[in-house]
Design a protein around this ligand. Sequence first.
Ligand code: PLP
Length: 368
Amino acid sequence: MPKAQETVLEIDLKSLEHNYRFLRTKLNPSTKFLSVVKAFAYGSDADQIALKLQELGTDYFAVAYVKEGVALRKAGITKPILVLHPQAVNFERLIEFQLEPSLYAFGILNQFMALLIQKKINRYPVHIKFNTGLNRLGFGEKDLESLFQLLQNQDNLEIVSLFSHLAATEDPQEEVFTKNQIALFEKISVEVANRLKIQPIRHILNTSGILNYSEAQYDMVRSGIGLYGYGNEAKFDAELKPIATLKTIISQIHHLSPNDTVGYNRAYVSKSPRVSATLPIGHADGIGRQYGKGKTFVLVNGQMAPIIGNVCMDMIMIDITDIPSKEGDEVVIFGPQLSAHDVAKTANTISYELITGISQRVKRIYTP
Ligand SMILES: *Cc1c(COP(=O)(O)O)cnc(C)c1O
C-alpha cells in the first residue's frame, strides 16, 4: 500500500478472508455462515465486503434495514439477505428486491401477511425472531399459542428460520444467563418446529457466541465484528486481523511557546515549548469530541502522539514534540498496529461504535 496522501480507510480483503476462515474453523463444516454486513459492513464498505464474502462462500447475509439490502442487490449480491429490523413502510421494496424479513412481533407479522395476501404471493421466505432475554426484538414464549394460530394453515409465509440473539456472549460472568437464553431458545424452537411441522434453520450465535459457545451453533451462526477483525477478548483479537486501517497525514506543524493554546475554546495550553501537528480528520469523519483533550493517542512514525485540545469538525491536533516527523507524514488512527478496541476504550466505548462511525466522507481503498 503506498503512503497515505489524505485521510483514507484502507481495507485489506486478505484479512477479511483470514477472519472468515478462522471463524469457520470453530464450526462444523455443515453449519451455515451468515455474514452481518449492516451499517456499511461495520463502517468499512458493504458492497466490496459482501462481494468478497459471497466469493468466499458465505451462505447468508444480514443487514438491519431494507435500504441496506437493496444496495447489496444492486451491487450484485445474489445470496439470501435477512433484514433484521424491517419497517412496514418498506415492505414493497423488500419484496421487489427479494429480501427476507425478520418478523419479531404481531404488528409487523400481520402487516406483512396482509401485503402477501393482497399481492397473491405464496411461500415468501421469512425468519421468526424470539426474545430470550435481550428484551429488544422478538416474540416471547407467552406468544406461542397466538403465533401458532396465525402460522398454521397458511401458505403465504415460508418459515426459513427461527432465531434469537444473545445479550452477553463476550462476558464470562454472564455464562449462566447466556446458557439460560440458549436453553429457552432450544425449548421454543423445538416447540415451534413440532407444532408447525417445519424443519427451519435455527441460529442464535453472534461472533463472541461462536468463540465461546460453539456448542450452540445449531444450523447457522451470524458474525459481524469477527469478520472485521475484532474478537471482544484479547485471546481472540490475537487470532483475528483488523481489516481496516484509518490513516491520515500531517497537514501542518506548529512550534508552540509556553502558554500558547491550541484549538477551539483554547482547551489545550502548552506548559513548555511543544510541537503540534494538525491532521485533516475530525468529528465529521467519525472521530468524536470524546477522543480529544489528551485521552486518545494516534501513531506517528510508530510512536504514540496524544490528541490535544478539542476535536474540530474537520481537524484534530496532536502533540509530536518528541517524535521526529514532518508535514506530509502518515498518521495511523486505528488498524492492525493500533487496535480500534483500545482506541475506543480511551473514550469509554467499544470497537463497534468507533468503526461503524467512520463517515462516508472518508475515502475507502482496497488491497485485494
Ligand atoms: C449485529 C448483529 C449480529 C452481529 O453481532 P457481532 O457481535 O458483530 O458478531 C448478530 N445478530 C444480530 C441479531 C445482530 O443485530
